[in-house]
Design a protein around this ligand. Structure first.
Ligand code: FAD
Length: 440
C-alpha cells in the first residue's frame, strides 16, 4: 500500500514539476501577447501592409513555434491559446511561420483580395486595369526582395513582347520605370537586356526601402536571379553589402537612373503616357510603377523645409555626435530617433510635437523616452509647431510664442502619404478580379 502511495506521489510530483511551470509561462506569455495586441491596435500598427500570416483557428494548437520563427520578432503572438497577428505592420512576408507550423494551420498571403481596397487589380503579368501601365514589387501587395526582383523581370519581359507588335516611335522612351528599389532595379536591367529604351526615376537615391533599414540589419532572402548580374545565393546579406552590390550593378551597367526626382503625375493618351516628374514631362509607350507601399514622407509645410539639413529618416544615429538636433513628430519613429540620437556622445536633442504628450507610442518606447526626458537628455517641446527652419536654428511656435531652437539637423517624422490616391487618379482599379474588370 505504502509503495503504491509512493509511486503515485512521485508521479504527481514529476507531473507538477513539468506541467505547472509550463502552464505558468504559457499564461504569462499569453497575458503579454494580449497586451501587445491591444497596444498595437491602439497605436494603429495592427493591420498588415501586404501579405500576412492567416491563422486557421480550428487547426492551430497554440504551440508558439510560428511566433519564435519570425525573423522580425514582433509580428505574431499567442492569444487565447491560438496564434494571432499582433503587429501586422511589421510583417514583411518571410513565411518562416508557415514553414514551421507543425499542423499546417497558417498560410502567408493577401487574404481575399476582392475584400482589400488597398490591393490594385492586376493581370497575370501584373498589368493594371489601365492598358500599358504595369505594377512591380510591393506596390502590388506582395513584399520581399526576391518577389520584387522576380516581378520587375516578369513585367518588363511582357512589355518587350508587346512592344514588338506595337511600339510607338514618337515617344521619348519605350518605357518609364517609377522607383528604384529591388523591383525598379530588376525592371531597369530587364529593359536593358531586351534593348528597350527606358529611364528610371526615384524620389530618393537608388535602393528603395532597404535604404531605410536599421544599420547593419541582416537581410534575409532566398536565392534569386538578378537580370544581367546572376544569382544572389546567400540566405543572409547585411543591408550595407546589398546596397553596395546594387551600386556596383548600377555603375557597371550604366543604368539610366534619375535620382531625387519625384513622380508628380501620369496621364494616358491614346497610344502613349505622359509622365511629369521633377518638373519635367517625359513620354513613353509603357510605364512600370515600382514605387513600393511606403509612400512619400509627409512634409510639415514649414519655411526652409527644403534645406539639405532636413531629413525624413534616420539611418545611422552614430554619425551624429556633439550636435544640436531637432526631432519633429510624436509616433514611434520620432521617439526611436530621439532616443537613438540622445544616446550619442554630446548631443542636445529637442523633440517638438504638436500635441500635449506622446500618446500613440509603444510602451517600451514610452518608458525609455520618459526616462530620458526626466534625466534631461531629451528636451520635449509639446503643443508646438515648427514654422521655419533656418541655417542654425528653427523657429517653433509654442503656446502663442515663437521660440528659437538651435540645431545642426532636423529630423521630421510626420508619417507617409501612401500612393493609392495617385494610382486611382491614373484610373487604376483596386479590390477585385482582373478578368471580370478587364472585360467590362
Ligand atoms: C524594416 C524592414 C525589414 C525588411 N526586411 C526584409 C528582409 O529581410 N528580406 C526581404 O526580402 N524583405 C524585407 N523587407 C521587405 C522589402 O524591403 C520590400 O518588400 C522590398 O524593398 C520591396 O521592393 P520594391 O522595389 O517593391 O519597393 P521599395 O523597396 O519600397 O522601393 C520603392 C521605391 O520607389 C520610390 N518612390 C516611391 N514613390 C515615388 C514617387 N512618387 N516618385 C519617385 N519615386 C518614388 C521610393 O523612393 C523607393 O526607392 C523589409 C521591409 C522593412 C520595412
Amino acid at each position: 500500500m505504502n509503495e503504491s502511495y509512493l509511486i503515485w506521489g512521485i508521479s504527481f510530483a514529476v507531473f507538477a514539476a513539468i506541467i505547472i511551470p509550463y502552464y505558468l509561462s504559457f499564461r504569462k506569455r499569453q497575458k503579454l501577447d494580449l497586451e501587445r495586441k491591444k497596444e498595437a491596435e491602439y497605436i494603429g500598427i495592427g493591420a498588415p501592409r501586404s501579405q500576412f500570416p492567416m491563422v486557421n483557428n480550428a487547426d492551430c494548437i497554440g504551440c508558439g513555434s510560428c511566433v519564435d520563427a519570425c525573423p522580425e520578432h514582433d509580428v505574431l503572438g499567442i492569444v487565447f491559446g491560438k496564434a494571432a497577428v499582433i503587429n501586422g505592420d511589421r510583417c514583411v512576408g518571410h513565411g518562416y511561420c508557415e514553414l514551421i507550423c507543425p499542423v499546417g494551420a497558417l498560410k502567408v498571403g493577401l487574404g481575399d483580395v476582392k475584400q482589400r481596397p488597398d490591393i490594385p487589380v492586376l493581370s497575370e503579368f501584373n498589368e493594371t486595369t489601365v492598358p500599358g501601365l504595369f505594377i512591380a514589387g510591393e506596390l502590388g501587395g506582395i513584399s520581399l526582395i526576391r518577389n520584387a526582383i522576380a516581378q520587375g523581370k516578369l513585367v518588363v519581359d511582357r512589355i518587350a513582347e508587346i512592344n514588338k507588335i506595337r511600339s510607338n516611335p514618337n515617344t521619348d522612351f519605350d518605357l518609364v520605370i517609377i522607383g528604384c528599389g529591388p523591383a525598379g532595379l530588376s525592371a531597369s536591367l530587364t529593359a536593358m537586356e531586351n534593348h528597350l529604351s527606358y529611364v528610371t526615376i526615384d524620389q530618393q537615391d537608388p535602393g528603395g526601402t532597404i535604404l531605410q533599414y536599421p544599420r547593419r540589419k541582416l537581410v534575409m532572402t532566398q536565392p534569386v536571379d538578378i537580370p544581367l548580374y546572376g544569382r544572389l545565393d546567400k540566405r543572409e546579406y547585411s543591408k550595407e553589402h546589398l546596397l553596395e552590390l546594387w551600386q556596383n550593378i548600377i555603375q557597371n551597367r550604366k543604368l539610366n537612373i534619375l535620382p531625387q526626382t519625384k513622380l508628380e503625375e501620369i496621364r494616358r493618351h491614346d497610344s502613349f503616357f505622359s509622365i511629369t516628374a521633377g518638373g519635367k514631362e517625359i513620354t513613353a509607350g509603357f510605364v512600370v510603377l515600382a514605387m513600393g507601399r511606403r509612400g512619400t514622407p509627409r512634409k510639415l509645410g514649414a519655411v526652409g523645409e527644403d534645406r539639405a539639413k532636413v531629413m525624413y529618416q534616420l539611418i545611422d544615429a552614430q554619425s551624429y555626435e556633439k550636435m544640436n538636433l531637432l526631432v519633429v513628430g510624436g509616433g514611434d519613429s520620432a521617439a526611436e530617433a530621439a532616443i537613438g540620437l540622445a544616446r550619442q556622445n554630446g548631443n542636445i536633442v529637442h523633440l517638438s510635437y504638436r500635441k500635449p504628450k506622446l500618446f500613440r507610442i509603444k510602451k517600451k518606447n514610452e518608458e525609455r523616452i520618459n526616462e530620458m526626458i526626466k534625466t534631461g537628455s531629451i528636451k520635449p517641446i509639446f503643443n508646438s509647431n515648427v514654422i521655419e527652419i533656418k541655417d542654425k536654428l528653427a523657429l517653433v511656435a509654442v503656446d502663442g510664442k515663437t521660440v528659437e531652437i538651435p540645431n545642426d539637423y532636423v529630423f521630421i517624422f510626420a508619417g507617409g502619404i501612401p500612393p493609392f490616391d495617385m494610382l486611382k487618379e491614373m484610373g487604376i482599379t483596386f479590390g477585385g478580379n482582373y478578368r471580370e474588370l478587364a472585360s467590362v
